[in-house]
Design a protein around this ligand. Structure first.
Ligand SMILES: *Cc1c(COP(=O)(O)O)cnc(C)c1O
Length: 408
C-alpha cells in the first residue's frame, strides 16, 4: 500500500472512449477500467491495484470473489442454473427456509434486482390492503419518504424527490404520498383510511447515508401497528451486515412487516433479491398474480443460501461493528475545515464536505489517483462502504488517502 499518485493510463482512456461510443450515457464512471478483483482489492487494466471502498453500493459486502461463494456458484453452474418457476428445483426450498430463518419471518418471494423487489413489496402491500383491510378498489395509498432511493422503475421514480430520477419519465402511477424522512409524526399525519403501508430505508444510502434520529424506526413501527398498516423496510443497501447488525432495523429492535432485500444477497456474483414477510401478508399473492422468469433460479438460490450461511456466523456483522467504530473514530479526526459532518453506522459512512471544498466528485477523482475507489453520493457527500472483509490496516490507509485528497 504505497502512497504514490497514479495517472489515467492510455489503455484506460481508450476503453472509456470506446464505451462512450456504444453505451448509453446513463453513468459517468470514474476513469478506471477494472479487470479482476479479490477481497477488497481490484486490479485495473493499467496494472494498478485499487482498494474498493464502495463495494458495489453494498452488493459486495463479502468482497470480490469470496471463495465460499465462488465455490458454491461454480458447482451450481455446472449442474443446474435455470428451470423457471414452472418446475421446482432442488435449491429452492432450502433457500426460502434459510432466508426466512435469517429474517425471522415465514415466507420469501424471490426476485432478481432491488427495484423489482421494491415493486413486489408495493404490489403485496396494495393487495393486502384490498384483501385484508377492505380498502376500496383502486384507492390504496403508500407513504414514502423524501430523499428516498428505491430503484429506477417508473412507479419508483414517480415517488422520488430527485428531479434527475423522475423528470421526463412521467406519467407516474398514483397512490403515493411523501413525508419528511426521520419525522415519525409526519408519517402518522399522512395516514388516511386508504393507507396500506409505509415504505422507508432504515438509513437513506443514496441520499448521503442519512441516519434518522434515534427512536424513529421504533416510533414508525408503533404507528404502523396501532394504525393497522404495513411497515416495509427497504434493507437492500442497509441490510445483510452493512451497519454492524444483520439488518439496520435491528439497532432499534424493530421488526418490519416486510423486508426488501437485494444487493449483498447475491454475494456480489449476480442479482438476487427478495421480499420477506409473514403469511398474514404473503398469502394474499396466489398463483399467476406475480412472478419472474429468473427469480429464485437454482444459481441464485445456491448463492443466496451461501450468503445466509456467511451471515449466520455473525462474523461479518461483528467486523462491521468493530471496524466501523474504528472507521468512524478516524473520520471524526478529519479537519473541520474539510469535513463538516460524518454520518453512518458500522462500515458505512457519508463524509459531508465543508463549504468551500471542491465537489465530492473531485475528491473521488483524487482518491482514484491514490488508488482508492470511492463514490460521491449527493453533491457534497463521499460515501465510504468498504467490503466487510476489509482489514484494519487497509482502512487506516484508505482514510490517510482521504485526508491527503482533502488537503491537496
Ligand atoms: C440499490 C438500491 C435499490 C435498487 O436496487 P437495484 O438492484 O439497483 O434495482 C433499491 N433500494 C435501495 C435502498 C438501494 O440501495
Amino acid at each position: 500500500m504505497s502512497d504514490g499518485v497514479v495517472s489515467v493510463s492510455d489503455a484506460t482512456r481508450e476503453q472509456l472512449s470506446r464505451a462512450d461510443e456504444h453505451s448509453a450515457h446513463n453513468y459517468s464512471p470514474l476513469p478506471v477500467v477494472i479487470e479482476s478483483g479479490a477481497g477488497s482489492w481490484v486490479k485495473g487494466i493499467d496494472g494498478v491495484d485499487y482498494l474498493d471502498v464502495l463495494a458495489g453500493y453494498s452488493a459486495l459486502n463479502f468482497g470480490h470473489a469470496h471463495p465460499a461463494l465462488v465455490r458454491v456458484a461454480r458447482e451450481q453452474l455446472g449442474r443446474l442454473t435455470l428451470t423457471s418457476r414452472a418446475f421446482q428445483h432442488d435449491r429452492f426450498a432450502s433457500f426460502c427456509e434459510d432466508l426466512s430463518r435469517l429474517c425471522r419471518k415465514e415466507a420469501v418471494l424471490p426476485m432478481n434486482t432491488g427495484a423489482e423487489a421494491v415493486e413486489t413489496a408495493l404490489k403485496l402491500a396494495r393487495k393486502w390492503g384490498y384483501d385484508s383491510k377492505g380498502v376500496p378498489p383502486g384507492r390504496a395509498e403508500v407513504i414514502t419518504c423524501a430523499g428516498n432511493f428505491h430503484g429506477r422503475t417508473i412507479s419508483i421514480v414517480g415517488f422520488s424527490s430527485d428531479p434527475d430520477a423522475y423528470a421526463g419519465f412521467g406519467p407516474f402511477p398514483a397512490g403515493f404520498a411523501s413525508v419528511e424522512y426521520g419525522n415519525a409524526a409526519a408519517v402518522e399525519a399522512a395516514i388516511t383510511e386508504n393507507t396500506v403501508a409505509v415504505l422507508l430505508e432504515p438509513i437513506q444510502g443514496e441520499a448521503g447515508v442519512l441516519v434518522p434520529p434515534p427512536g424513529y424506526l421504533a416510533a414508525v413501527r408503533d404507528i404502523c401497528t396501532r394504525r393497522g398498516i404495513l411497515m416495509i423496510a427497504d434493507e437492500i443497501q442497509s441490510g445483510l451486515g452493512r451497519t454492524g447488525d444483520t439488518f439496520a432495523c435491528d439497532h432499534e429492535n424493530v421488526t418490519p412487516d416486510v423486508y426488501v432485500l437485494g444487493k449483498a444477497l447475491g454475494g456480489g456474483l449476480m442479482p438476487v433479491s427478495a421480499v420477506v414477510a409473514d403469511w398474514s401478508v404473503m398469502a394474499v399473492i396466489g398463483p399467476g398474480q406475480h412472478g419472474s422468469t429468473f427469480g429464485g433460479n437454482p444459481l441464485a438460490c445456491a448463492v443466496g443460501s451461501a450468503v445466509v450461511d456467511l451471515l449466520e456466523t455473525g462474523e461479518y456483522q461483528q467486523r462491521s461493528r468493530e471496524l466501523g467504530a474504528y472507521l468512524h473514530s478516524m473520520l471524526s479526526q478529519l479537519p473541520p475545515g474539510h469535513v463538516s459532518e460524518v454520518r453512518g453506522r458500522g462500515l458505512w459512512a457519508g463524509v459531508q464536505l465543508a463549504d468551500g471544498m471542491p465537489s465530492a466528485r473531485t475528491i473521488c477523482e483524487r482518491l482514484l489517483a491514490r488508488r482508492v475507489l470511492a463514490k460521491d453520493a449527493h453533491e457534497g457527500t463521499i460515501r465510504i462502504a468498504p467490503p466487510l472483509v476489509i482489514e484494519r490496516d487497509e482502512l487506516t490507509w484508505a482514510v490517510e488517502q482521504l485526508a491527503d485528497a482533502l488537503a491537496e
